[in-house]
Design a protein around this ligand. Structure first.
Ligand code: HEC
Length: 107
């Protein structure tokens, strides 16, 4: 079997790419969701400034509490006594993706 030496590394690479693909769409989706819903007020990236100065950059939220704590608020409606902030209600899947995205900002 002369082909084996090239086939094995190729297979390993394909598996690695597959693994990366399984993780990334959620984070990407979460990024798109916060971009669409939160970026009017909050900084949603790694280094941008919040358009609304009172709104903390979302990348800093984890310094106050674990971002998982937001899951309930995102699913139930994120109003939490912030006037002017629209109430959000995200699907469970969307909540997971947003949390995954926020976690990706912690590194
Ligand atoms: C209309 C502007 C606006 C939008 C849109 C908005 N926020 Fe906020 N948000 C604020 C402001 C202003 C504060 C700070 C309120 C305060 O400290 O009293 C805040 C605070 C927060 C906090 C911190 C709460 C805490 O306990 O410290 C989180 C987390 C948060 N927002 C998440 C989000 C997420 C996630 C989205 C999008 C799904 C979003 N916000 C959309 C204005 C907004």
């Amino acid at each position: 079997m002369p082909k084996q030496p090239t086939v094995v590394p190729l297979l390993a690479m394909a598996l690695l790419m597959l693994a990366a693909d399984v993780r990334n769409p959620g984070v990407e989706h979460g990024h798109a969701l916060v971009e669409a819903n939160c970026s009017g007020c909050h900084a949603v990236g790694r280094a941008d400034a919040s358009p609304m100065p009172e709104a903390p950059p979302l990348r800093d939220v984890h310094q106050r509490y674990p971002v998982e704590n937001l899951a309930e608020a995102l699913a139930e409606g994120l109003t939490t006594g912030h006037p002017g902030k629209p109430a959000f209600k995200f699907e469970a899947r969307e909540v997971d993706d947003i949390i995954d995205y926020l976690k990706s900002l912690e590194q």
